[in-house]
Design a protein around this ligand. Sequence first.
Ligand SMILES: Cc1cc2nc3c(=O)[nH]c(=O)nc-3n(C[C@H](O)[C@H](O)[C@H](O)COP(=O)(O)OP(=O)(O)OC[C@H]3O[C@@H](n4cnc5c(N)ncnc54)[C@H](O)[C@@H]3O)c2cc1C
Length: 494
Amino acid sequence: MATVEKPFRIVIVGAGLVGLTAAHILSKTDIDFVILERHENLTPELGSLLSLWPPTFRIFDQLDLQDKLEPVLNPIDNGVTMSADDGSIFTSWNPGELIKKNHGYGLKVTHRPLFIEALYQSLPDSAKARIKVKKHVFKVNVSDDGVVVECTDGTVERGSIVIGLDGVHSRVRQCMQAMEEGRAAPSISETPKSPYVTTYRMVFGSIPIPPTLPNNVNHECASGRVSTQLLTGNSLAWFGVYEALDKPTSERIKYTEKDKEEAIQRWGHLYTAPGMRVRDVFGLQDGNFGMINLEEGRVDKWYWNRIVLASDAIRKLEPHAGLGYNSGLADVVVLVNKLRRLLETTRSPDTKALEAVFADYQEERKKDEPIVHDMSMRRARAYAWLSPMDKIMTKYIIPYTSFGVYSTNRIYGPVVSRAPVLDWLEEKSDTKNLKIPYAHHPIVKGKKSKNALSRNHSYYNPSAYIGVVIAAALTGVGLQYYHRILTMISPKAT
Ligand SMILES: Cc1cc2nc3c(=O)[nH]c(=O)nc-3n(C[C@H](O)[C@H](O)[C@H](O)COP(=O)(O)OP(=O)(O)OC[C@H]3O[C@@H](n4cnc5c(N)ncnc54)[C@H](O)[C@@H]3O)c2cc1C
């Protein structure tokens, strides 16, 4: 008698930013899935900023989301870097234009609650029906046959694999690591130590655009161990105060209203845009703002058995460079590409075949991990200086060299160019003939696009990055003299 293959089914834990985008991706496939989300409301109460990079727009194009998301997107025309202490301007330029020339899309930011709402509302009804809210996952069981996921309300979901998209404090990760190590998972009431480390914490929120400021400008203000940000969009502005902790920690900290008030008092005098200080910004907001730890780090193993993790469950990036969601989406793109290929050969893959796909996914995604982490860590430290070199870099080297252009072309550019696309779904926009060509293109009608970036292409050259660091260090040394001359010409240059 012929055996009947069990239909492949994915249980996703977490309907956050990446979980909802995964719902869009999977609804374009014939793969069955369900998403379990512990909250009733998918939209966060607090509105933080979310910036999107060009490869994410390529995926949105493939998912037919461009028009649906455009109303909640804001272009960023200009970036201004200033001193948080005295308001003097270090640099002012338009990185968005250069990025658009290089990659076909500029930089855009969005208000997180509006973006999540737009992502959810643009899902087909069949996908919305697969998102189950108020389902707090506390246990994951695996067998050769599949997975069983248990929620605190007694709900049980069965499937072929589990994808943990449940964020920084991932319960799926805790269960997976415990099973792999042959121990019991921590009780749900425990707060296990994070695999990530917090160096900075942040106060954030949104306000109406201050009348004295232009729209669509990102102001970032630097100082010792603290930095501020005020980014204006089309009709809203987002602020942030980032401060270094006395000592990095892996403890989970919940901040109180008093903590927030004290932070504003402490940093009220700092500039956050030309003519605007932190206390002015707080005068414009309605009291609805947050304070959180900004963890950084990654976990070594991203999968075990029939469980695989992605996005914040495996890596946490400091948000200055705006790469967390963008990287998490790239994880899901690579994972689904590989799963689809496997399912073309069998609809009921065994654990070994699945583990091989997960290992392949981890290997591919890990190639760009070091540089993505480095970019995020450097960006944070370029503003809230932890060392004299951080200060020298921001205050003297970057303003007096074309480092911004160089790093956009030679550091950011290659990472963007290597970002994945859904290799089975058509890309409608023309992403050919760009200054920095993309390495990956969908396979349309059985043909791979010809302009895929070759490994020998100069943008792959890893020495470019080392070159920048060496150039920066050399400039730093020579700068002592350069800076003395500048001070003589204009004392304000200090
Ligand atoms: C202040 C700030 C600014 C940022 N700015 C940017 C930016 O500009 N650009 C960018 O790309 N990234 C940015 N990021 C990072 C970005 O927010 C994250 O990388 C992104 O949210 C990760 O998406 P996710 O879906 O993996 O996790 P999340 O968005 O955290 O979603 C996880 C979901 O899982 C659910 N969940 C958790 N545990 C369970 C459980 N046990 N059972 C069921 N459900 C569960 C949660 O309720 C949540 O809905 C920023 C982050 C912060 C903090």
